[in-house]
Design a protein around this ligand. Structure first.
Ligand code: NAD
Length: 490
């Protein structure tokens, strides 16, 4: 979906409030609209969440868990409807959208189970005292969510925040607001503990700066993350940041080039490359570079690109015209600097914001395709002479989200997970990992733990309690001064 701000005369409600059009990225057609957002709306959402916060926090964790599970059941009953909305506004193939909704439902159910088990500690104090470490809700959690996997990300973060007793102000991306509105309705959290705030940065920035917010969790670009961190620092508020990436894929000598190409294609072209952990840089050993690049180009050419709601579509459009311009400008500047365009790389005619799966080799190390997040279906290849060189280049970045290594060598695999400065290292599989894996992004890719059971720690505040009994008052005494004689005031 793309966003165009409409002039109040063309697409605004009768009261003249400016709106943002929600656009189907496969057709360019407007499919809805939302308010642009304002400081007043952000303040009203925080106040409404605050009004519901105390009652929500006083509910037992089991009660909160039951409410979330009921919400997940309703979401499951309407999963296809929500997935279809997500495809209309975001462009994903419908199967991928269903996968995202199911992942969201799974995350709600998982946090609903984990919440009541999230516990503090009892400490070993004096015999006549009780000493505890207790996890308490932070209060109001603001969630700033991106468009590229909107339902899964939001469901997970909303569930973690609510189950630990926080009230939530949830601001979805202005590019995917319609699926958000529907699943918030379906979750049906009582008492105002979940507030939906629509709009773009005009809603997000005042929300991040709001003194009534206790934690801002932002999932999005590095640039916005920096602005959010600054807004939080100004009021010493806590920020949890899950940001962009420029993930490397190292293809070592000795691997099957066909299999490596299959892995690379999946890593670079899934969701048209619009995944934070998409493969954005490929370092292939010279020994297998040519057959690997040829196989990768064959796979790129075979992918069926089309509208996400059309049967058989494997790759949808980019989110909007601006994203397509950015992706194409990265490709063009690499070609101008001497890179070899193997396939793709041309903006197609016709409606929507499609871009072909693109393979480009010999890209200079200082090209934006290598140094900046592209977020498009571009497999950027550099040929290296050794595994050592691949490791050095893979680490030569400001990002640190994830990395994948394809290698038959146990020694190289071992070195890779030790030496790569990232939050997640995958060996011989571009996707995958056990449930509960909660990486901390490295370098500019973020701050804190945004997933797994550890997210419940981030969503709570640890309080230490030391509890002793008061000594008994002497019989017949006044109790003043703990049973001591009343002071002589004369
Ligand atoms: P974005 O940072 O532009 O927007 C994310 C959210 O922040 C949106 O709701 C947006 O409206 C809001 N926002 C924008 N400007 C703001 C401001 N000044 N103050 C407060 N809020 C503001 O990111 P995006 O374009 O929606 O998403 C794509 C980015 O998200 C990519 O960089 C991708 O790598 C990243 N991402 C990271 C993860 C992760 O887990 N690390 C997951 C998904 C996406």
């Amino acid at each position: 979906m793309s966003v165009t701000e409409s002039s109040p005369s063309s697409a605004s409600p009768p009261d003249g409030t400016p709106v943002i059009d929600v656009v189907d990225p496969a057709s360019g057609e407007v499919v809805g609209s939302i308010p642009v957002g304002s400081a007043e709306a952000a303040d009203a959402a925080v106040r409404a969440a605050r009004a519901g916060a105390a009652d929500w926090a006083r509910r037992s964790p089991a009660d909160r868990s039951a409410i979330l599970k009921a919400g997940a059941r309703r979401l499951r009953e309407h999963a296809h409807e929500v997935a279809e909305l997500q495809t209309r506004e975001g462009g994903k193939p419908i199967g991928d959208s269903m996968g995202g909704v199911e992942a969201g439902i799974g995350a709600i159910e998982q946090y609903a189970e984990l919440g009541p088990l999230h516990r503090g500690r009892s400490l070993q104090g004096n015999w006549d005292a009780t000493d505890l470490m207790v996890n308490e809700p932070l209060g109001i959690v603001a969630l700033l969510v991106p468009w590229n996997d909107p339902v899964a990300i939001a469901c997970s973060q909303i569930a973690a925040a609510l189950v630990t007793g926080n009230a939530v102000v949830f601001k979805p991306s202005e590019k995917t607001p319609l699926s958000a509105e529907r699943f918030v309705e379906l979750l049906d959290i009582p008492g105002g503990a979940l507030q939906l705030l629509q709009g773009d940065h005009r809603a997000g920035a005042p929300l991040a700066a709001h003194p009534g917010v206790d934690l801002v969790m932002h999932t999005g670009s590095v640039e916005t993350g920096r602005a959010v961190a600054q807004a939080c620092a100004a009021r010493l508020g806590k920020a949890l940041l899950e940001l962009g990436g420029k993930d490397p894929l190292i293809v070592d000598a000795g691997v099957d080039p066909e299999w490596a190409a299959e892995q690379a294609a999946s890593g670079s072209f899934a969701n048209a490359g619009q995944i934070c952990t998409a493969v954005e840089r490929i370092y292939v050993h010279r020994e297998i570079a040519e057959p690997f690049i040829a196989a990768l180009a064959r796979r790129a050419g075979a992918l069926r690109v089309g509208p996400g709601l059309e049967d058989g579509t494997e790759m949808g459009p980019l989110i909007d015209a601006g994203q397509r311009e950015l992706v194409h400008s990265h490709v063009e500047s690499a070609v101008a600097a001497g890179a070899r365009l193997v396939c793709g790389g041309e903006v197609p005619e016709g409606p929507g914001f499609f871009y072909p799966p693109t393979v480009i080799a010999d890209v200079p190390a200082d090209a934006p395709l290598v140094s900046e997040e592209t977020f498009g279906p571009v497999a950027t290849v550099r040929v290296v002479d050794s595994f050592d060189a691949a490791l050095v280049e893979a680490n030569d970045t400001t990002f640190g989200l994830a990395a994948t290594v394809l290698t038959p060598s146990q020694a190289n695999a071992q070195r890779a997970w030790r030496e790569l400065r990232v939050g997640t290292v995958k060996v011989n599989a571009v996707w995958g990992g056990a449930p509960g894996g909660a990486a901390q992004p490295a370098r500019n890719s973020g701050l804190g733990t945004g997933f797994g059971p550890e997210l419940l720690d981030e969503m709570t505040h640890t309080k230490v309690v030391h509890l002793e009994s008061a000594p008994e008052a002497p019989a017949g005494g006044t109790g003043v001064g703990h049973g001591e004689a009343e002071p002589d005031l004369g």
